[in-house]
Design a protein around this ligand. Structure first.
Ligand SMILES: Nc1ncnc2c1ncn2[C@@H]1O[C@H](COP(=O)(O)OP(=O)(O)O)[C@@H](O)[C@H]1O
Ligand SMILES: [Mg+2]
Length: 246
């Protein structure tokens, strides 16, 4: 089967103000592939995703999505091109209903199209159906994470970026979450997931990058990383200890 490239980063350097946080990042992600980015707190994982989304300008290098360089494109244009983003901490509106939160994921679409997409999204997350009118802030952590993913899917992305989706969730809920993400792959989605919870992410993704101080310290198949105790010990810290217990 021929593969096409979904996302490419070439020598990307970015940070806040003049201080670079991630430097010289090269990354290739094929369409329908899955990649996990793991690394300690502060390694630059969120900065990587925010750079791909255009929330932070890159001072060097290029980000290319579906063959198009994203240079200087604002975040909303990147969403429109087909990149969905589930940010760290979910970033939902707790006082608003589930439906209202979902609608924000397709705010630029006409009302009928938004309604159609909500129906589609609820088929992926049937557990949200009875909660749709309820206030988002009253939901459990797992339910809120579903809303955050569902909101990103409302934009009909071809690439989905998730930042620490398992944070604060019980192991059983984390398994359910990753099973849902695996189901999404069947529709042709490409997924990049950033996690400190290395075990869950590596079990899900085909390939993995280990971030250390804003650079790629190791890369390989997830299987390779899961099987290498030195890698686990050296690069995955507490998450690695968790991983070793698998
Ligand atoms: N908004 C910000 N302004 C300045 N520095 C930041 C900001 N966000 C993160 N940083 C710094 O960038 C580095 C990487 O952070 P981050 O990308 O959030 O790491 P991770 O997601 O891997 O925990 C850290 O040193 C952090 O303090
Ligand atoms: Mg982070």
């Amino acid at each position: 089967m021929t593969t096409t490239e979904c996302l490419k980063l070439e020598s990307v350097t970015a940070g806040y103000g003049k201080v670079p946080v991630i430097s010289g990042i090269d990354l290739h992600l094929d369409t329908r592939d899955t990649i996990a980015v793991v690394g300690a707190n502060g390694a630059g994982k969120t900065t990587l995703l925010r750079t791909i989304m255009g929330e932070i300008p890159s001072s060097q290098g290029t980000v290319t999505f579906d063959g198009q360089p994203l240079t200087d494109l604002p975040t909303y244009r990147r969403c429109k091109m087909g990149i969905g983003y589930v940010p760290e901490g979910r970033q939902l509106f707790p006082e608003m209903s589930v439906r209202e939160n979902l609608e924000l994921g397709a705010a630029r679409e006409a009302g009928a199209e938004r309604t159609r997409r909500i129906d589609e999204t609820l088929q992926i997350f049937p557990k949200l159906k009875p909660l749709i009118k309820g206030r988002c802030g009253l939901l459990s952590g797992g339910e809120q994470q579903m809303v955050a993913i569902a909101r990103a899917l409302m934009g009909k992305p071809r690439l989905l970026l998730l930042d620490e989706p398992s944070t604060g969730l019980a192991p059983k809920i984390i398994s359910e979450l990753y099973a849902t993400l695996a189901g999404l792959l069947e529709s042709g989605l490409t997924i990049m997931v950033v996690e400190q919870n290395a075990r869950a992410a590596l079990r899900f993704a085909n390939r993995a990058l280990v971030f250390e101080q804003g650079r790629i310290a190791a890369a390989g198949t997830s299987k390779e990383l899961l099987a290498d105790p030195r890698m686990v010990e050296a690069y995955m810290g507490m998450a690695g200890a968790h991983l070793g217990a698998a």
